[in-house]
Ligand binder design. Structure first.
Ligand SMILES: [Zn+2]
Length: 214
């Protein structure tokens, strides 16, 4: 009996490692079916494998830049900058020319909506793991398939902060909440102790994990 239990524990450990991510080969990105409806990509925009951090984008922008702040962001509605020309991104940029997943990857790839990130958070098991020497969160779907989101940190001014400690992943959905007098956007935040949907200043740089609805 004891030996059987040992074997069972060993078997479960192997299964657990195999589920670090569910890519069939090294030809990333793959669309991973987690059993929650929408499929999530196995890696971030700007990354060529699941453990790479990829790029950080301000919400609605499709290129990285040297400085992330209010002055370099075109989506503000702050009256202090009323002479500037602003971009009206709308309330949901999924599938638009402001959607970096759609612009960079094309085809059916999109930024996830707020509801799709909620599904990832609420319908998957979550584990903080080190995958290929990178800290991050593994999301295991009801069907046993999984994806790994590295703790890619965030960008503000010229710095990239909290790499290895937390991850922030944009949704395509504008928030009614605001920081610094402008609208935020919803994003998925996690660190080793919590995973939550929150909102963040759109001028900051965060990661993007694309989805496919088919
Ligand atoms: Zn893959």
């Amino acid at each position: 009996m004891k030996r059987f239990l040992m074997m069972l524990i060993l078997y479960l450990s192997v299964i657990s490692v195999l589920h670090a991510q569910s890519c069939p080969d090294s030809n990333h990105p793959h669309a991973i079916d987690l059993g929650i409806g929408v499929k999530f990509a196995c890696c971030n925009v700007g990354a060529s494998s699941p453990e790479q951090y990829g790029c950080h984008y301000a919400w609605g922008e499709t290129e990285e830049k040297g400085v992330y702040d209010e002055n370099s962001y075109p989506g503000r509605g702050d009256q202090r900058y009323k002479n500037r020309k602003y971009v009206d991104f709308g309330t949901d940029i999924s599938g638009t020319r402001y959607d970096v997943a759609y612009v960079k990857w094309g085809l059916d790839w999109r930024m996830p909506t707020k509801e799709q990130l909620y599904m990832l958070r609420d319908r998957c098991k979550k584990e903080w793991i080190t995958y290929k020497h990178v800290e991050g969160c593994r999301f295991i779907g009801p069907n046993g398939h999984s994806i790994f989101l590295p703790a890619s940190g965030c960008r503000w001014y010229e710095d990239t902060n909290y790499v290895g400690y937390s991850g922030g992943y944009w949704s395509s959905t504008l928030s009614e909440q605001s920081s610094n007098g402008t609208s935020d956007a919803y994003f998925l935040f996690f660190d080793s102790g919590r995973i939550e949907m929150s909102h963040r200043d759109r001028a900051s740089g965060s990661s993007v994990r694309p989805v496919k609805e088919q």
